[in-house]
Design a protein around this ligand. Sequence first.
Ligand SMILES: Cc1cc2nc3c(=O)[nH]c(=O)nc-3n(C[C@H](O)[C@H](O)[C@H](O)COP(=O)(O)OP(=O)(O)OC[C@H]3O[C@@H](n4cnc5c(N)ncnc54)[C@H](O)[C@@H]3O)c2cc1C
Length: 322
Amino acid sequence: MATIVVYVEQENGKPIRASLECLGAARAAAGSQGASVVAVVARAGAKDAAAKLGAFGAAKVVCLVGAARPSADATARDVARVVRDQKASAFLAAATATGKDLAPRVAADLDVTLFSDCTGFEAQGGSFRVVRPWLAGKAIATLSTQAPVLCATTRPNAFAIAEVGGTAEILDVAASDDGKAIVTSVAPKPGGKLDVKEAPVVVSGGRGLKAPEHFKLIEDLAAAFGNAATGASRAVVDAGWRPHAEQVGQTGKTVAPQLYIAVGISGAIQHLAGMRTSKVIVAINKDAEAPIFKIADYGIVGDAFEVVPALAKAVQEVKAHK
Ligand SMILES: Cc1cc2nc3c(=O)[nH]c(=O)nc-3n(C[C@H](O)[C@H](O)[C@H](O)COP(=O)(O)OP(=O)(O)OC[C@H]3O[C@@H](n4cnc5c(N)ncnc54)[C@H](O)[C@@H]3O)c2cc1C
């Protein structure tokens, strides 16, 4: 029986959403092949997280325990060992900062290629294949491999979480503690804001907002949703209005939220490259000819300074009646 190994990140014993989506991608593809899904968790809190993963599609969870010094290279070696031991034909991790650090090391250890930031993962005959955007999202490639293991990272928000409600067999394995690159501390981001890559709703602002202080409108709309992150075009990041961590696009972050709201953003190809796979795109722009409207599902031609506060008020009202 084919096996898919998934690396699941966790914070304080809680699996992160992007990893549960990755597990969901594996579960969905495994279903049609009768394949088994094995999750791997590591670091402090791993045991608590492991206990939750059966409910999200894992048949077995390998818990890497006992490492005093967290290290991506040591964890990658352990994960590659699990892939070999399980005779897995696919390995997946979420394309988060941690996943992007870990997955290439796992692929290198296994001596196979890595398909990064995939938006599709499916069974094909007795093996698996991935789907990923190419050329800044202008083409979609479907890729398979001749290698014994297909290694891939999955784009956050691109896959559904599988809430199957089962239980998993949990196996404790001693983690390697001889890594070369050691993580000495991790500090939470000031303000505890949601990351633009992981938030289900992203409200982004561009040069149409005219001045940095007007981003209060963007922040207020994001706050009205409650589960939204604020994003920005490169023009306003280059102008120093917003931090680079918020930049969406070719030279910023690639996002795929359930809802992307672009305010005062023209829709240059480099911006579209970072957000065109969003599920629903709403554009607010006073120029009806702005290119952003070509890819928007809903467009509001109007002045951001009137439309955005009205939208924030409407969202608040809807939420108050829920
Ligand atoms: C190599 C390279 C990489 C790049 N990478 C990125 C990237 O990662 N991300 C990115 O975003 N860009 C990137 N760019 C820049 C990109 O080409 C654009 O210059 C940039 O996206 C424009 O930002 P903007 O839409 O905020 O500004 P503008 O293009 O100036 O658009 C402002 C928009 O606001 C509208 N507007 C004005 N006033 C109002 C109002 N009151 N209400 C509503 N709408 C209003 C205007 O009609 C206009 O459409 C890159 C460029 C290059 C060359």
